[in-house]
Design a protein around this ligand. Structure first.
Ligand SMILES: C[S@@+](CC[C@H](N)C(=O)[O-])C[C@H]1O[C@@H](n2cnc3c(N)ncnc32)[C@H](O)[C@@H]1O
Length: 202
């Protein structure tokens, strides 16, 4: 790894930890994802074939960089982060394919409209679903379903299995992988959106 990259990783790690101290329930982890998790998530989302990718909860941008590294030169990435302290770092990523939006993933539909996006081929989420209120979880999952193009993939990496309970009625059963080379080890849930319109039971 180059010296510049080592410095960036160290700074990102410190900023991430400070973010966790300020808002533990929102950040939900003391360190950013490992490069193993980043790579696994990127592969499972098949972003290499996607024209449009949305990222929910990019944090300090490690996952964002991994997505960009795998994406086609003609693809676009919209990364939506709620924490104001991470926005400048995310916006410093020098890549024309990236748009950083400071906002709440619950408002995904509105955010897509704001950026004139119709749909996404892949949506990757690091937001801690188990710590969201049930109504917020429901809003995010429904918004993800609506925003995905038919055949699109939704990939969520989590400690807890609660996302599965919420997403299953819309997406059906997930394919689940576990990445142990991460602190803490995380489950990665992968869904593919089929054609039919569905709604969550109330
Ligand atoms: C576990 S961290 C993942 C960060 C990064 N993707 C990684 O893997 O290192 C979760 C991130 O989701 C963000 N987040 C939490 N709730 C959110 C929401 N409702 N909308 C957008 N971002 C959110 C947090 O601020 C935090 O940056």
């Amino acid at each position: 790894m180059q010296l510049k990259q080592v410095h960036r990783k160290r700074n990102d790690g410190l900023m991430f930890f400070q973010g966790f101290l300020r808002r533990p329930r929102q950040i939900a982890s003391v360190v950013p994802s490992s490069r193993f998790l980043e790579r696994r998530v990127t592969e499972l989302a098949t972003v290499v074939r996607a024209g449009s990718v949305v990222e929910l909860g990019p944090g300090t941008g490690g996952t964002t960089r991994a997505l960009l590294a795998a994406m086609s030169p003609h693809a676009s990435l919209l990364s939506i982060e709620i924490d104001p302290d991470f926005i400048a770092t995310l916006r410093a990523i020098d890549d024309d394919r990236l748009t950083v939006h400071h906002g709440n993933a619950e408002r995904l539909a509105e955010i897509l409209r704001h950026h004139a996006w119709d749909a996404a081929d892949a949506i990757v989420s690091g937001i801690p679903f188990s710590l969201l209120r049930p109504d917020a979880r429901r809003r995010v999952v429904e918004a993800v379903w609506s925003a995905l193009a038919p055949g699109g993939r939704f990939v969520a990496y989590q400690v807890c299995a609660r996302i599965d309970t919420f997403a299953r009625p819309l997406f059906g059963p997930a394919q689940v992988a576990v990445e142990f080379r991460n602190f803490p080890p995380l489950r990665i849930y992968v869904w593919r959106k089929d054609g039919g319109a569905r709604t969550l039971p109330s």
